[in-house]
Design a protein around this ligand. Structure first.
Ligand code: CAO
Length: 399
């Protein structure tokens, strides 16, 4: 074992520099090139790595100390000195050699972010580069607003999308009785993953509305007398929604980055279809150019394809908004989960006939409950209310 004093190397133009970070403590085991301290001059921050494998015996400086070339900053205990003679020669000949002092501003390592002008040590920059974190988004708590490792850790924790997925504890449940384990289909598993991600990452709000569909129900029944295919209330809701999307482009958008909204100029509506294997969402393209009968045809076509597992990639991609209808089943309202990267989804429940007062008389009215779940980062309550009121009045006027 041999003890070696570690000295501040040649710092190039900088004479006095400040120690802004001590990356090790007494007793730490180090490998060659592990960072020991971080210095900061007026021009750059630089990391001083270890030239040896060994153990830190003593640290002679503290954060904030001003040091210059030759200052002993630590003592390391080594078994064997590995620095080859020729490397030492090279260092002497070229005192600014970056392998010895890593000058961050000169690094050529690829990064998707520009860290120039950022006050952060090399260790923080290195981690940020590796994890593709934009340091400009972090407010440093250190001296001169320097971003410390703790600032970076806090940022990573508060921005992490990786959240724990909850599963029941099999062991604690199996004591209560007999059971069997069933494997979920691929479609259900994919759906579960997407729904969890959407629910965990998008702030959902649901808005509930009702429309009097008495008028369109009469029209629908008349149409069904002559139509080769069955027209359901869903075709009308899809049509009314496409008109609303034309008038409320915010609803036909995707949040593509912080503060950046992609407003789509086309209207493709995804329709949730229940298959024996789970839920799929085929897409009806350019809905706003289709008539009610054509939309009904499309609903039939995609439902058959979905149930026969014949959907191709093009059939299930490119939707700008989604509608999920449980109207054929029942229910008075539900809050569907947004289908990312969209910002809204409509849930349709079952219409029912109820007495309604019209000109001081009771009349029978067919009332359709429907709801909207929206991404509150993009849509506010007023937008949602207006959007839903538009759909309601469009349906009530008749299409
Ligand atoms: N109110 C009253 N009746 C309705 C209705 C409504 N909102 N919507 C449909 N109906 C009626 C239809 O007119 C039809 O009546 P008849 O049998 O008398 O002709 C019946 O209910 C069945 O309709 P349908 O469900 O076959 O047709 P659709 O166009 O309404 O829906 C489809 C098509 C593919 C969307 C539907 O079959 C389906 O798969 N729905 C499930 C969607 C789903 O699972 N969503 C998930 C919710 S959250 O996970």
């Amino acid at each position: 074992m041999k003890e070696i004093e570690l000295k501040i190397p040649n710092l190039g133009e900088a004479e006095d520099t400040e120690i802004i970070e001590i990356s090790v403590k007494k007793g730490d085991k180090l490998n060659k090139n592990d960072p020991i301290i971080v210095l900061e001059s007026e021009k750059a921050a630089m990391e001083v790595p270890s030239d040896f494998d060994g153990k830190i015996k003593d640290i002679k400086v503290k954060e904030g100390d001003s040091v210059r070339e030759g200052t002993v900053f630590a003592v390391i205990e080594v078994e064997e000195i590995k620095a080859p003679e020729e490397e030492k020669e090279e260092i002497k000949a070229s005192p600014n050699k970056p392998s010895r002092i890593e000058v961050e501003e000169q690094t050529t390592e690829k990064s998707s972010f520009d860290f120039s002008g950022i006050n952060a040590g090399p260790a923080v920059r290195k981690i940020a580069r590796e994890l593709e974190i934009d340091l400009k988004k972090i407010i440093g708590s250190g001296k001169n607003k320097m971003i410390t490792k703790d600032d970076l850790k806090n940022f990573i924790h508060s921005n992490s999308n990786i959240q724990k997925v909850e599963y029941a504890d099999l062991k604690s449940l199996e004591v209560f009785g007999e059971y069997e384990i069933e494997n979920q289909s691929k479609i259900r598993r994919a759906g579960a993953k997407n729904l969890t991600q959407s629910w965990q990452s998008i702030p959902h709000v649901s808005h509930f509305e009702e429309a009097d569909i008495t008028k369109i129900e009469k029209q629908r029944k008349d149409l069904n007398e002559i139509s080769a295919i069955k027209i359901t209330p869903l075709a009308y809701i899809i049509k009314a929604t496409s008109l609303a999307l034309e008038g409320f482009p915010l609803m036909n958008s995707s949040l593509v980055d912080e503060g950046k909204l992609m407003i789509k100029k086309y209207i493709n509506i995804g329709v949730a279809v229940n298959t024996g294997e789970g839920l799929v969402v085929p897409v009806i393209k350019d809905v706003n150019n289709l008539k009610i009968g054509q939309i009904a045809e499309k609903i039939l076509e995609i439902s058959i394809k979905a149930r026969d597992k014949k959907l191709m990639k093009d059939d299930v991609t490119g939707s700008t908004f989604t509608i999920s209808s449980l109207g054929g089943i029942g229910g008075t309202g539900f809050s569907p989960i947004i289908n990312p990267p969209e910002v809204g989804i409509i849930g349709v429940s079952r219409a029912r006939i109820i007495p309604k007062i019209e000109s001081e008389n009771f009349v029978n009215a067919t009332i359709l409950p429907f709801s909207l779940s929206y991404d509150h980062r993009v849509i506010n309550g007023v937008d949602a209310g207006n959007f839903m009121a538009f759909i309601k009045s469009t349906i009530e006027k008749g299409l």
